[in-house]
Write a protein that binds this ligand. Structure first.
Ligand code: HEM
Length: 412
């Protein structure tokens, strides 16, 4: 990889296509870097692994946007979905202890590893149904036809959203991410619709609790405390939006990386044919490290003066931890720009670290594994249908993913 010789320009089209050379420069020359984001907000970018890991677990960095120095009058420009909608403020990614501790404990009682394990056959069926939808065509856009619908149907099923409503949620969630790059009005409208729908659904479920996750959330109690209806709606909302674009990108970026690294892909395909699991498991982790869905962890704000690396951070300053840069830090990973699906000692930060560590990681791993395994098994000669340079990456701040992924394969 060619590391630029001078300070690179960030957030350009070239940067969105391949941010890694710029991150290598930042890690070397300005590891905690003050920059102006495309929205006009200024923030610190933290790019070294050791600083990133520390910052993610630092309780002096708050998740509450009210700590943003520029937040005067409640007009934050951070673009956190739902942040200014009072009803959705109480979600996990926007709050600190003790509220965070209480809510996370409650949701963990419903969102259990057992529930996810029992959900595996449904994810397999969804995966197969979606592939059935395009397998005979010999070509597809893997984002539109596969990676986009899979996680939204999966989380809807898990939550207990009736099948007849799932396409509405898919469309609203789609609008939320398509409008991500600056059109706040579109995002706000979609957030409002989703919020109203979830509130109504939760209300309805109270009259007849079932086995689904929403019923589990309503039932969950901690020392006699339950989630309020607002908290339950905010929780469902965060499960929907935190697990949606991330999983799309896990599949999209993952397939892209595999296609671009044919030797590693062949190795994985052979191991899948032999019915083995180990390389698939370590491989999904390596794909998350190498080109993961979450480029920057969500916003944090200093509540008091602190030092990251050797940089002084003032109270009220926003801090963005660049997971994608930390995960390629040569001080932590041997050969960080190489894909090694069998990599050992792979404590990447793709799911974050500390108290906000991804709640949905078991579900994401399940979906990622099944999606990649099934695609490679059923469409073994899957190839890009366009020149790699013509692929378009989304330009959003937090997430890293492709807009589309045109592929071709032998029709089956
Ligand atoms: C938090 C990554 C899938 C739900 C996070 C964080 C990261 C992350 C980096 C921490 C953000 C921060 O500290 O600022 C990912 C990746 C995924 C994925 C890479 C897919 C490959 C999911 C899924 C769900 C989910 C499928 C749920 C259905 C959550 C929730 C949080 C979270 C609720 C907030 C946890 C808290 O604040 O306590 N995720 N995520 N994620 N994720 Fe995921």
């Amino acid at each position: 990889m060619n590391v630029p010789s001078a300070a690179p320009e960030l957030f350009t089209w070239e940067f969105a296509t391949d941010p890694y050379p710029a991150y290598a420069w930042l890690r070397q020359h300005s590891p905690v870097h003050w920059t102006k984001l495309p929205s006009g907000v200024e923030a610190w970018l933290v790019t070294r692994y050791s600083d990133a890991r520390e910052a993610l677990a630092d309780s002096r960095l708050s998740k509450n946007p009210e700590h943003h120095a520029e937040d005067a009058g409640g007009k934050s420009k951070t673009g956190i979905p739902g942040e200014r909608s009072a009803n959705l403020m109480t979600h996990l990614l926007n709050i600190d202890p003790p509220d965070h501790t209480r809510l996370r404990r409650l949701v963990s009682k419903a969102f259990t590893p057992r529930r996810i394990a029992e959900f595996a056959p449904r994810v397999q069926q969804l995966t197969d149904d979606l592939i059935d939808g395009f397998a005979s065509r010999g070509e597809a856009d893997l984002i539109h036809d596969f990676a986009f619908p899979l996680p939204i149907y999966a989380i809807c099923d898990l939550l207990g959203v009736p099948r007849e409503d799932q396409d509405d949620l898919r469309d609203w969630a789609g609008m939320m991410i398509r409008h991500g790059g600056g059109q706040r009005g579109g995002v706000a409208r979609s957030v409002k619709r989703i919020r109203a729908y979830l509130a109504e659904l939760i209300h309805r479920k109270r009259d007849g609790l079932g086995e689904d996750l929403i019923s589990g959330l309503i039932r969950a109690s901690d020392h006699g405390e339950h989630l309020t209806e607002n908290e339950a709606a905010a929780m469902c909302f965060v499960l929907l939006f935190a697990g949606f674009e991330t999983t799309i990108n896990l599949i999209g970026n993952g397939v892209h990386t595999l296609i671009r690294h044919p030797q590693e892909r062949a190795r994985l395909q052979e191991s899948i044919q032999r019915g083995e699991r180990a390389l698939l498991d370590s491989g999904v982790e390596e794909l998350l490290r190498y080109d993961g869905p979450v480029e920057l962890a969500t916003w944090r704000f200093a509540t008091e003066p602190l030092v990251i690396g050797q940089q002084r951070i003032a109270p009220g300053d926003p801090v963005l931890v660049v997971l994608a840069a930390a995960n390629r830090d040569p001080a932590r990973f041997a050969g960080p720009d190489t894909v090694d699906l069998n990599r050992r000692d792979n404590q990447h930060l793709g799911y974050g670290h500390g108290i906000h560590y991804c709640l949905g990681a078991p579900l994401a791993r399940l979906e990622g594994r099944m999606a990649l395994e099934t695609l490679l098994r059923r469409l073994p000669d899957l190839q890009l249908a366009v020149d790699p340079d013509d692929l378009r990456w989304r330009g959003g701040l937090i997430m890293r993913g492709l807009r589309d992924l045109p592929v071709r394969f032998s029709a089956v």
